[in-house]
Design a binder for this molecule. Structure first.
Ligand code: FAD
Length: 347
């Protein structure tokens, strides 16, 4: 059977694309390689912290929110700790995706299990080749198949600038509810250690090999791809979310861009204008190249430099901290602005 759209991957990016294609009169199929229990395990590996505005657009339900987040705490070397007001939540991502999937199915969108091995671009129709030899033909293909995207590899032949393996633990250890905490220090290998509430327990992690152990916790590892790939549209094939290397290089947050890119890709398909999707991404604040530059500078800093960078962040308000830091350290104005932008657009 031929389809209008094949979505490869039913993570946040693929699910959000499918959700946005409901009721548009298109024949859509979503293919994911994972059976239910593997799917639940794979999608639990995530801090699951996300800006509330982003998930609200996907009709998030109260029982899909594990924790409400009101404070972002950053602790710098030598103990300087700052709290900032934010509005976010920790989502039960498998639960949210399965609810969205049910709504899609009720609206006529098909879901199937299968591993995509290859895409053949063929004039107006693309062929999606599965591991069992089956071929599905479709006018549009959305590659939502994560960090090691087969769609990106076979159609675009590119790899994001940084492929960062992240290690995390879910445990029953207590943590302060409503607070997402990041500890920045040289010993975290150019990254940070995070502590997020996760229901009644907590989720913690960092770059693989540098993250602190969490005795008794359940360990998971996945790769976060960061930095651009040159193109995210080729013919009628579109890359979204991690497949497009969209996570923010400063925060490593990729849920927002996964959800947003899924929506935008769907929108451009409905308008039959895929190029518009690439234009949106290149202009998007979340795609600003300065995030990567800032990531590279931070990851090269030692404790003394990090401490110096944060020395004047001793006030309650973000703006006051920024103002004092810039006055005392004008050469790094762009980096302070980068932090502010990451706070607003990086999760
Ligand atoms: C440890 C960790 C913690 C994180 N914490 C946060 C956080 O707190 N906040 C935040 O914003 N981001 C976080 N991220 C990033 C976030 O998880 C990702 O950016 C997001 O999951 C990307 O969604 P996606 O749909 O693009 O890809 P994925 O979530 O990777 O989904 C891809 C889907 O495609 C399927 N698939 C893959 N290959 C194929 C194939 N060949 N055929 C068929 N199906 C296929 C997979 O089974 C999967 O279901 C974290 C990442 C990690 C690793």
């Amino acid at each position: 059977m031929d389809y209008d759209v094949v979505i490869v991957g039913a993570g946040p990016a693929g699910t959000s694309a499918a959700y946005s294609l409901r009721g548009k009169g298109l024949n859509v199929i979503v293919i994911d390689r994972l059976g239910e229990s593997q799917y639940m395990r794979y999608h639990r590996i995530c801090g699951a912290g996300v800006n509330r505005k982003t998930v609200s657009r996907l009709d998030i339900q109260e029982d899909e929110i594990l924790n409400h987040i009101r404070t972002l705490r950053i602790t710098w070397p030598q103990g300087n700790s700052i709290d900032m007001k934010i509005d976010g939540c920790i989502i039960d991502r498998p639960r949210m995706f399965l609810r969205m999937r049910s709504q899609c199915i009720a609206d006529g969108i098909n879901f199937a299990m299968g591993t995509v091995r290859h895409i053949i671009m063929d004039g107006g129709m693309n062929s999606v080749v599965l591991g069992n030899g089956a071929v599905i033909r479709a006018r549009y293909v959305i590659g939502a198949d994560g960090a090691y995207s087969i769609v990106r590899k076979t159609v675009f032949g590119t790899v994001p600038e940084i492929m960062m393996p992240i290690e995390e633990y879910h445990s029953e250890a207590e943590t302060e509810d409503g607070v997402m905490q990041f500890i920045v220090a040289e010993r975290y290998g150019g990254g940070y250690q995070w502590y997020f509430p996760y229901g009644k327990g907590r989720c913690t992690g960092g770059i693989k090999g540098y993250a602190e152990d969490e005795p008794g916790g359940t360990r998971g590892i996945r790769t976060v791809p960061m930095g651009w790939v040159e193109h995210i549209v080729k013919g009628n094939v579109l890359l979204v979310g991690d497949a497009a290397g969209m996570p923010n290089p400063m925060t490593a947050g990729g849920l927002r861009t996964a959800f947003e890119s899924g929506m935008k890709a769907a929108e451009s398909i409905v308008r039959n204008d895929p190029a518009k999707y690439e234009k949106w991404w290149k202009k998007s604040k979340t795609a600003d190249r300065r995030f990567m530059k800032a990531h590279l500078v931070f990851s090269s800093m030692n404790d003394e430099e990090l401490s110096k960078f944060s020395r004047y962040m001793v006030h309650k308000g973000v703006w006051l901290n920024g103002f004092h830091s810039v006055i005392h350290n004008p050469r790094l104005t762009w980096l302070y602005l980068g932090c502010l932008q990451a706070l607003r657009h990086g999760w």
